[in-house]
Write a protein that binds this ligand. Structure first.
Ligand SMILES: *Cc1c(COP(=O)(O)O)cnc(C)c1O
Length: 394
């Protein structure tokens, strides 16, 4: 191995976010010097003698492209290579959530937010429940409501902040305190904020979960997920569960997320500044009924968000005057905002959660307003985005 190629490797723990995004886990390839981590398209690895190998045996268990991604994401969530813990990259965000579900046993109880991502809710209320796991939904912006939902059997508190699609902000430190009283694990879905804006492990959470399909990948071209923890035992258990159950991402998908994350910092800055302009435009517009954006000073989540986040993110929800008909018309008139599910890509998206991403919560406590419109504000020129919404409002 040409060691001189590795001589310039920097001291990761001292590096800042944007630098880690480009260098953590991404040393030059030891055999060729390739500056970019290769896509290791291999299922298996040649061994010298039975059990004697270079650290890889089979790509369900581990793959070098996946290892690079895992090191990168762990570093961005504040888990350095020397610390206990690390990251597990998964086949999707929901595969990450399902792996965490495997930590639980029949009789265990989960508390989740009463406006959780629809797929998280469906997994818990329609799948885990079949395996004897119980759940309650609570408004986690209110500590009394959260405390009332806790039971001696509560083993997991699921936090999403900001929530999807109501953009409520949950005080992570408050939930961590509540969890301590019953000995529950806290998992934070950090998909909306990304580690650039919010680092839940620093606030005491046990696990961070990502749908890397969204901002981490950032280009709407791949589906993936991740779990990060600073607890070495938990990491080992989750690695065992992933290897035993199989929801791994392929090397090409790992490469896409790895590449996307290199620009996460600059993208999040632009997503946030564009969303701020759009939230203010909508809030001042007489054709709009209500706007939800934690960056607006009047938003109920503003104070907590200002304290626990480095910025308010790229997601904005609103209701137009005129109810469901007006909402349906608006989303069919946008030109730059594509009418589509998902979020977090460079291109702007618009959707009606009640009829699209959140269909599965209809008739439950997690129901969202029928005429709510959710925007994933992209990084196009903000003036073009405002003009598009202006014409679509009619
Ligand atoms: C999309 C999403 C998920 C699920 O991730 P997939 O990659 O679609 O499986 C979980 N949480 C949030 C907040 C999401 O937006």
């Amino acid at each position: 191995m040409p060691d001189e190629l590795l001589g310039s490797v920097c001291h990761m723990s001292e590096d800042r976010f944007e630098t880690l995004a480009i260098h953590a886990g991404q040393d030059p390839d030891p055999t060729t010097g390739a500056a970019v981590v290769p896509i290791y398209a291999t299922s298996t690895y040649v061994q010298e003698r039975p059990g004697v190998h270079k650290g890889y045996e089979y790509s369900r268990t581990d793959n070098p492209t996946r290892t690079a991604l895992q090191t990168q994401v762990a570093a961005l969530e504040g888990v350095g290579e020397s610390a206990g813990g690390g990251c597990i990259a998964t086949a999707s965000g929901l595969a990450a959530t399902a792996l965490i579900g495997y930590l639980l046993k029949p009789g265990d109880h989960i508390v989740l937010p009463d406006d959780a991502y629809g797929g998280t809710f469906r997994l818990i209320a329609q799948v885990l429940v079949e395996h004897g796991i119980e759940w309650s939904a609570a408004d986690m912006t209110d500590s009394a409501t959260l405390d009332a939902a806790l039971r001696p059997e509560t083993k997991l508190i699921w936090v999403e902040t900001p929530t999807n699609p109501m953009l409520r902000v949950v005080d992570i430190g408050m939930v961590v305190n509540a969890a301590t009283s019953v000995g529950a694990l806290v998992a934070v879905d950090n998909t909306f904020a990304t580690p650039f804006l919010q680092q839940p492990l620093d606030l005491g959470a046990d696990m961070v979960v990502h749908s890397s399909t969204k901002y981490l990948g950032g280009h709407s071209d791949t589906v993936g997920g991740a779990i990060v923890t600073n607890d070495a035992d938990l990491l080992e258990r989750l690695r065992f569960l992933q290897n035993a159950t199989g929801p791994v991402p392929g090397p090409f998908d790992c490469y896409l997320v790895l590449r996307g994350i290199k620009t996460l910092g600059v993208r999040m800055e632009r997503h946030t500044s564009n969303a701020t302009v759009i939230a203010n435009f909508l809030a001042d517009d007489p054709r709009v009924d209500r706007v939800w954006y934690p960056g607006l000073p009047g938003d109920p989540g503003h104070a907590v968000a200002a304290q626990q986040m480095a910025g308010f993110g790229g997601m904005v929800s609103f209701t137009p005057l005129g109810g469901l008909d007006a909402a349906n018309e608006l989303v069919s008139r946008t030109r730059l905002f594509f009418l589509a599910e998902s979020l977090g890509g460079v291109e702007s998206l618009v959707e009606v959660p009640a009829a699209m991403t959140h269909l599965s919560v209809e008739g439950t406590a997690l129901e969202v307003p029928q005429d709510l419109i959710r925007l994933s504000v992209g990084i196009e020129h903000v003036d073009d985005l405002v003009s598009d919404l202006d014409q679509a409002l009619g």
